[in-house]
Design a protein around this ligand. Structure first.
Ligand SMILES: [Fe+2]
Ligand SMILES: [Fe+2]
Length: 304
């Protein structure tokens, strides 16, 4: 950039909005970005561990925000500021009223912010465009999960949570690089590290639009009863029935679907294998799935 650049109020180099929340890129020079954010009350922003060299500085121009930190909440009002660098775990920022923030970052972050905005519908569509498997998979996992929930006669409230959480459980994959999603080559340890983040990204995306319970159940879909799952290695008593159902439906669909690197198993073969995995997955859920199969209730539908 040379000389003087003047931007009149509310005009930026780039802008994106969703539900009347607006982020506007005011300046981008030598990797340093200045971003203005107009956020409505009760919206959540997430601060995530990003690039280790990235420092973000936020100044509250209007309104007030609540930072939910590990050692307690911090309220910041007009004139207050905070800086974020090399954080280890993500934390949420709640906007308590209409808020205007000014952010200065020494690395480009606008594109990332842009990607995190937008409706879930857009995200699902984006995921679909990126990877047809992920989209169809979400639909099937929802159908299997609901059949299992009916078979186990769980409460209607649980059905509602399962419907949304199962359909959207992998939506966090939309941030994965294309080469990881296409799975046509062997994944590196870094690819695997990226993949293991997707439940947390699903949580973030879902929690911004839906009840926290729905987001939490989606986040747990790779947890296992023996604590060997991810992202948190939760153990049996920490994993509620909604997540146990979605997990079994997820594994069953992965087993019975053709992927570039493996042939699909027949339903019977997959269920026989699941029955041997009761240390990892809920026995009641597996046997409910088995009964559904034996009654012919698991339709392959348009999958074949
Ligand atoms: Fe997943
Ligand atoms: Fe999945």
């Amino acid at each position: 950039m040379k000389g003087i650049v003047i931007l009149n109020e509310n005009i930026g180099l780039a802008e994106c909005s969703h539900n009347n929340n607006v982020i506007r890129l005011l300046s981008s020079v030598n990797n340093t970005e200045v971003i203005q954010m107009d956020i409505l009350p009760d919206s959540l922003l997430w601060m995530s561990p990003g690039d280790k060299d990235c420092t973000e500085f936020y100044f509250v121009l209007e309104g007030s925000i609540q930072l939910s930190l590990e050692d307690g909440d911090q309220i910041l009002a007009k004139g207050d500021s905070f800086a974020v660098s090399r954080i280890k775990t993500e934390f949420p920022i709640k906007c308590l009223e209409k808020v205007r923030l000014l952010c200065v970052s020494n690395q480009p972050i606008f594109d990332d912010m842009y990607n995190h905005m937008g409706s879930l519908k857009e995200l699902v569509e984006k995921t679909e465009r990126k990877n047809q498997y992920t989209y169809d998979h979400g639909k099937r996992v929802m159908e299997y999960s609901l059949l299992i929930a009916e078979e186990l006669k769980v409460d209607q409230a649980i059905h509602n949570v399962i419907t949304m959480a199962a359909a959207l459980h992998d939506v966090g994959k939309c941030f994965l690089a294309d080469h990881i999603l296409s799975e046509d080559r062997e994944l590196t340890s870094d690819d695997l590290r990226q993949i293991k983040k997707h439940p947390i990204n699903s949580y973030r995306l879902i929690a911004s639009k839906f009840d926290d319970k729905i987001a939490s159940m989606a986040q747990m879909h790779h947890e296992k009863l023996d604590g060997s799952g991810y992202p948190f290695g939760l153990k049996a008593r920490e994993i509620p029935i909604e997540a146990r159902i979605i997990t079994v439906a997820d594994v069953f669909d992965a087993m019975t679907t053709d992927r570039p690197y493996k042939k699909k198993k027949e339903y019977r073969e997959a269920i026989d294998e699941l029955v041997t995995m009761v240390n990892q997955y809920d026995k009641r859920v597996i046997y409910a799935l088995k009964r559904l199969y034996q009654r012919g209730a698991l339709e392959r539908g348009d999958r074949e």
